[in-house]
Design a binder for this molecule. Structure first.
Ligand code: 26W
Length: 824
């Protein structure tokens, strides 16, 4: 228990908890503001946010320290969630709820005539993720802390998070998100735990006297990984877990040799190269083709995190690694961190002198892999040549893993060379590639998908060969979302109403929310439910007015699709329906009309041309519709710029209809669908991802299902003729005519040609037109259903009441029961 890295011996757990009455909070706040930050109450509001966060942080610190100490005890099994993305959003509001001092803080702020809610919105979103996968990681962290699970998150502290989306003349423009420009009170730099990461160089082999070969990875360009810890508080349980984010730094501030040789700029350049590694999050949510810097980020994360775990291990357990697999488990969030499989082998063999077999035994008992996508273009492959240059020792290890693995395959299927080619971790061809998903499967004891259908499609298709070899590895873990952020924080009015009726256990035991079912026919409750919805719709309408300058009338149905813009998610199908409704108004075909406000939002990958053009189309169609006096309140369309976590907190409580309309078999799970459901929106959706489980939970009378099923999509592909579909559908014919005659681009000739072509192509992978009729009919059923307000409200209540399964508390309990097996 000696050494500079050991915590000091003052027993801070005996320190008294700080008082949380509003008087004390106000005093601390004022001290931080004036004495620490040197500001006063009339200052730029960001400092008010900072002072309040620092005040709150004092309360978190004791619990944080105690939680570490508890996990640090000998023999505590821990899980590490490794992810290139953690889409946390804002933290202050969330901590206020979890620490149960929101009311006191509100009072404290009132003493200075300050509004707590306004202060909360001063925080910059931590946008360290693209979409579903990154937000899932953040929800997982929240639930693990709430369940007292010893789970540490490992990620990258990107200097620039997800780009800010600005809409210029209808087009997406990307602006950098320098979220760390002002102070970030939610991180604690820990330079004492810095790790060294190697790149480049070459490998020398040496034979020791005893005949053993040792590998020396030499002449490397080293980069430092400096950890920044972010506290993750559990819900009212005094647990504070840690998210450790790595920041890259040059080993020496300047290369002295370059500097002395008079080359000042070369010296600075090498510093820049190193620091580029954690500079920016890659903004692609599907394919990232062979970018060297991206592979560097992946190895940087994997190596820093594994070395950190080894450091902690040695500190507590010394050099004996025989219990390592019993006490550690790594969950890899998609293939992004799977170089960890080879890196753990390297650390065990090269640094800990283990034999291959012992190292492999440990690796394959500690690694677990989650797959998040079936799209072939999203399956990561890295050129062998790049590995050779950047990570030569890792490539050797991957080759060895592959050779031993292929031996196992050929002993099970002798002579089946096709199978060997199919399953090899190394893809042969003009350029050889490392298939990261295969490396992950071979190196892991558990492989899971993120919704029932998705997990089934994995073993039937993409990973069939591997399933035949190791069926016991494969399992499903249906995603979830945390009810603390996605109900309590974002929908306080609904939270209050629910708790008044069924108590507040549901907040950390969401199955309890089922008790709401008995109020679904209670006239008084329905009325209050409706009032809450209307308040939330007003809040959303205000946001839409502010950001889009479009008037949403709260008596209309609010129809919302927010998510990344991608062809498979079919925002285009949504637009086609809007154009169809517009056309009906123009043709005076408005009998039994339901006024509708359609909101679409999401970012397109900067290099994804068609996705960016879809955004332009939405904006052009919106311009025409919103400015046509004949349309008026019957129909509105708005594109909300810069969609992200904080926007969703306002959007989902104010939504009536949730659009989940991906081509069946393509959306692995979806998690926005769950947020909407919890907030009492009804889903219109395809039989895809977790929609299927939502439908199961809520019943088909409370869900608008439409479209081809996954296997029907595959069958249909072979004889898909969009022109024939148009020919037989007058509504669609008119929609396609409006699109192609330039009605929405009168002075911008040809800009939508590529979109139209994609819809008309018999090879359209997303079969958009195949589902048009079913979608329009389902939307008509929605419109009619909305006219019976009470019946709609019942559906809305039932959706919330049936959402208990979709809490990440449940998801985490399943990961723990089946994969991590941690003691709680
Ligand atoms: C290569 C770069 C890259 C980056 C991100 C490739 C792929 C991704 C992710 C797979 C994208 C993603 O967010 N996937 C989503 O994960 C969610 C959480 O499991 C699911 O709910 C979504 O269906 C899935 O699209």
């Amino acid at each position: 228990m000696t050494g500079k890295n050991k915590p000091c011996s003052v027993n801070i757990s005996e320190m008294k908890k700080l008082p949380t009455d509003s008087q004390s909070l106000a005093k601390d706040f004022e001290r931080y503001l004036t004495r620490h930050l040197g500001r006063f109450v009339g200052c730029v509001p960001f400092y008010l946010y900072e002072a309040l966060s620092l005040t709150l942080r004092d309360h978190i610190m004791t619990d944080w320290r105690n939680t570490w100490k508890y996990y640090d005890q000998k023999g505590t099994r821990k899980a590490y969630y490794m992810s290139l993305e953690f889409l946390i959003g804002r933290s202050l509001g969330n901590h206020l709820i979890n620490l149960d001092i929101k009311n006191e803080s509100k009072e404290a702020m009132n003493k200075f005539a300050l509004d707590l809610e306004e202060i909360i919105t001063e925080e910059h979103d931590a946008g360290l993720g693209n979409g579903g996968l990154g937000r899932l990681a953040a929800c997982f962290m929240d639930s693990c802390a709430t369940l007292n699970l010893p789970v540490i998150g490992y990620g990258i502290r990107y200097e620039y998070g997800m780009f800010r989306q600005v809409i210029n003349d209808g087009y997406q423009v990307e602006e950098p998100d320098h979220w760390l420009r002002d102070d970030n009170p939610w991180e604690l730099e820990r330079p004492e735990y810095t790790q060294v990461i190697k790149f480049g160089g070459h490998v020398d082999t040496m034979t020791e006297i005893n005949g053993k070969t040792i590998y020396l990875w030499r002449d490397t360009d080293d980069v430092l990984a400096i950890p920044y810890d972010v506290p993750i508080s559990g819900y009212k349980n005094n647990t504070v877990n840690t998210l450790r984010l790595w920041s890259a730094s040059a080993t020496n501030v300047f290369s002295l040799a370059d500097f002395n040789a008079g080359s000042y700029s070369d010296a600075v350049e090498s510093k820049n190269d190193a620091e580029h590694i954690s500079m920016v999050l890659y903004p692609n949510d599907a394919s990232e083709n062979g970018k060297e810097l991206r592979l560097k980020q992946q190895y940087f994360l994997a190596s820093a995190s594994l070395q950190d775990v080894m450091r902690m291990w040695t500190l507590n357990e010394g050099d004996d690694l025989c219990q390592f697999a019993a006490l550690n488990v790594f969950q890899m969030n998609d293939t992004h961190p799977t170089i960890a499989v080879a890196e753990l082998m390297r650390l065990l063999i090269d640094e800990k002198n283990m034999t291959w077999d012992d190292a492999w035994w440990i690796t394959t008992r500690t690694m677990a892999y989650t797959n998040h996508t079936l799209l072939p273009e999203a399956l990561e492959k890295w050129p062998v040549s790049l590995f050779e240059k950047l990570l030569p020792r890792l490539l050797q290890i991957i080759y060895e893993i592959n050779a031993r693995f292929l031996k196992e395959v050929s002993s099970k299927w002798p002579g089946d060379t096709n199978r060997l080619v199919r399953m090899s971790i190394i893809e042969e061809g003009d350029t050889k590639n490392v298939r990261m998903a295969y490396l992950a499967i071979v190196g892991s004891f558990s492989v899971n998908g993120v919704a029932a259908l998705h997990s089934q499609l994995l073993v039937d298709g993409l990973f069939k060969d591997f399933y035949e070899l190791w069926p016991e590895k494969f399992n499903n873990k249906t995603n979830g979302v945390t009810p603390r952020r996605w109900i309590v924080h974002s929908n306080p009015l609904m939270t209050q109403l629910i708790s008044e009726k069924i108590g507040d256990q549901w907040i950390h035991q969401l199955e309890d929310i089922e008790k709401l079912k008995s109020y679904a026919s209670d006239a008084d409750f329905i009325k209050r439910w409706r009032n809450v919805k209307t308040e939330n719709k007003t809040r959303l309408a205000d946001l839409v007015k502010e950001l889009c300058n479009v008037d949403f009338d709260v008596s209309s149905i609010f129809d919302v699709q927010v998510k990344r813009i991608h062809e498979y998610k079919r925002q285009l199908l949504n637009v086609l329906h809007v154009i169809h409704l517009y056309n009906r108004v123009k043709n005076n075909d408005t009998q039994d009309w339901t006024n509708r406000c359609v909101l679409i939002g999401g970012k397109a990958a900067p290099g994804y041309r068609i996705a960016k053009r879809i955004i332009k189309l939405i904006n052009n169609v919106a311009d025409v519709i919103n400015n046509d006096p004949q349309v008026g309140d019957k129909l509105k369309l708005a594109f909300i710029p810069n969609y992200g976590v904080s926007k969703m907190e306002i959007i989902c409580p104010g939504t009536d209809l949730s659009e989940q309309i991906s081509t069946a078999g393509k959306e692995a799970s979806g998690t926005g669908n769950m947020k909407f459901m919890m907030n009492g929106a009804v889903t219109i959706g395809t039989y895809d991802g977790a929609n299927i489980e939502i439908l199961d939970a809520v019943g088909k009378e409370n869900f608008f299902l439409f479209g081809l099923k996954a296997e029907e999509v595959e069958a249909r592909r072979r004889h898909y003729q969009p022109d024939k579909i148009i020919e037989h559908d007058d509504d669609l014919k008119q929609v396609m005519h409006l699109l192609s005659c330039g009605h929405f681009n009168s002075f911008e000739s040809g800009i939508f040609d590529e979109i139209i072509e994609s819809l008309l192509s018999p090879d359209d992978p997303w079969l958009t037109l195949a589902d048009f009729r079913a979608y329009v009919d389902a939307q008509q059923a929605v419109a009619l259903a909305y006219q019976d307000q009470v019946a709609w409200d019942k559906m809305s209540i039932m959706n919330t009441a049936c959402s208990g399964f979709f809490s990440t508390d449940r998801t985490m309990q399943e990961y723990n029961r089946d994969i991590w097996k941690l003691n709680t």
